[in-house]
Each structure stands twice: as C-alpha cells, then as structure tokens.
Design a protein around this ligand. Structure first.
Ligand code: HEM
Length: 142
C-alpha cells in the first residue's frame, strides 16, 4: 500500500466514525448471510462482536503507516482464530462482506481508488492473521 492509499482508507474510516459499531454490526450480518454455517463459530452477543471489531479495526487502520509496530498483535490475533475454528478460506468471505458493507455505508464516496485501497488494507491485515493461523496449525500438528 502506498501513502496515498493509506490516507484514503484512514479518511474513509474517519467518515464512518459517526457509527462504527453499526458498520461492524452490518459486516457480521453480511458475513452470516453469505455463509450461514459460520454462525455456529460465534458465541458472543452481536453488540460485543461489533464493539470488538470496531476497536480492533480502529487500532489497525490508524496504525497502517507503521504496521510493523503492531505486527505481533495481528499475528497473535490470527493464531487465536485457529482456536475459533477459522479456516483460511473464511477470510475471502469476510472480505466480500466488508466490500458489500463499505458500498452500503459510503455509497458514491466509494470510488474505485478507495475500494482498491481498502482491498489492499484488508489483504495486508488478513495476510498477517493468516501467518498466525498457519503457525497455530503447525504447532497443533507437532
Ligand atoms: C481481518 C480479519 C479479522 C479481524 C481483524 C478479526 C478480529 C477479531 C477480533 C478483534 C476478535 C475478538 C477477539 C477477542 O476479543 O479476544 C475476533 C473474534 C472472532 N473472530 Fe475474527 N477477525 C478477522 C477475521 C475473522 C474471520 C475470517 C472469521 C471467520 C469467519 C472470524 C471469526 C471470529 C470468531 C469465531 C471469533 C470469536 C467470537 C466469539 O467468541 O463469539 N474472524 N475477531
């Protein structure tokens, strides 16, 4: 991701700040609609899920300029997801849910450049989480 793309994503995140928990709540709704079987993995009430995700997205998105400083946290979060039963292919479903909800919340403000910047931000974060997921799977197998 280049600096301009990071700025684009951070500005959009600011624009969503009026209702971040609704935004993350809608991501879960879209996720469960796209793949209803994922529902059984979750135990927390929807408000808690939305709060947790909004908080984490805020930390991650405001640190995009210096992702190395929180790299370890994201990789560990990925490893934690192994215990939830998350599989690598689920990250694509979440990406589809995120894309849909960005469209819903930003409307015309979601330009192709902004959509591309979000896509790269997601891939970056998901890539680190997948590293953690793979490490946890390897540890389990050894
Ligand atoms: C960039 C991608 C993701 C981020 C940033 C993320 C973030 C989080 C966070 C912050 C938590 C709460 C952890 C805690 O409070 O201890 C969590 C829990 C969880 N995540 Fe993710 N996650 C991501 C991808 C996924 C994917 C792809 C799935 C599977 C569809 C998933 C399923 C879960 C489940 C099942 C929980 C446990 C919730 C519960 O106990 O009810 N996550 N995630």
């Amino acid at each position: 991701m280049n600096e301009q793309q990071i700025d684009l994503v951070q500005r959009a995140w600011d624009q969503l700040s009026y209702n971040r928990e609704q935004f993350t709540h809608d991501i879960y709704s879209a996720l469960f609609r796209l793949d209803p079987s994922l529902h059984t993995m979750f135990s927390l009430p929807p408000e808690r899920l939305a709060q947790n995700l909004a908080r984490t997205l805020n930390t991650v998105l405001t640190s995009l300029h210096d992702l190395d400083s929180i790299r370890f946290i994201i990789v560990s979060l990925g490893a934690q997801h192994y215990r939830y039963g998350v599989k690598p292919e689920h990250f694509a479903v979440l990406k589809a849910a995120l894309t849909e909800v960005l469209q819903q919340h930003l409307g015309k403000r979601l330009t192709p450049e902004l959509a591309e910047a979000w896509s790269q931000a997601y891939d970056l974060i998901a890539g680190l989480m997948l590293e953690g997921l793979a490490q946890a799977a390897k540890q389990q197998a050894s």
